[in-house]
Design a protein around this ligand. Structure first.
Ligand SMILES: [Cu+2]
Length: 90
């Protein structure tokens, strides 16, 4: 269906959703299970589009929809997984 009402399409959740990407440093990842756990927990949050954690660089990159989830909720998720997340960039 073609939207006939002006710019209302901005609020439709589709691929044109305005996502943001943040990078966290998680220094206490110490084995391959750590990044996997962090990723899985983040991906369960509504609003998280993609999460990838890397054991070697200790970096966690999260793509998210700021309308649905906040950066502090992302930090809380990582904390609940058992790690400390330091925000590097927005
Ligand atoms: Cu581990």
């Amino acid at each position: 269906m073609v939207a006939a009402v002006g710019e209302e399409v901005d609020h439709v959740e589709d691929v044109s959703m305005n996502t943001k990407t943040v990078t966290f440093k998680v220094a206490d990842m110490h084995c391959p299970s750590c990044p996997r756990l962090i990723q899985l927990d983040l991906q369960e949050l509504p609003g998280v589009v993609a999460a990838s954690a890397d054991l070697n660089t200790k970096l966690v990159v999260v793509e998210f929809d700021p309308v649905s989830v906040s950066i502090s909720e992302l930090v809380s998720s990582i904390k609940d997984s058992g790690y400390v997340a330091e925000l590097l960039q927005v």
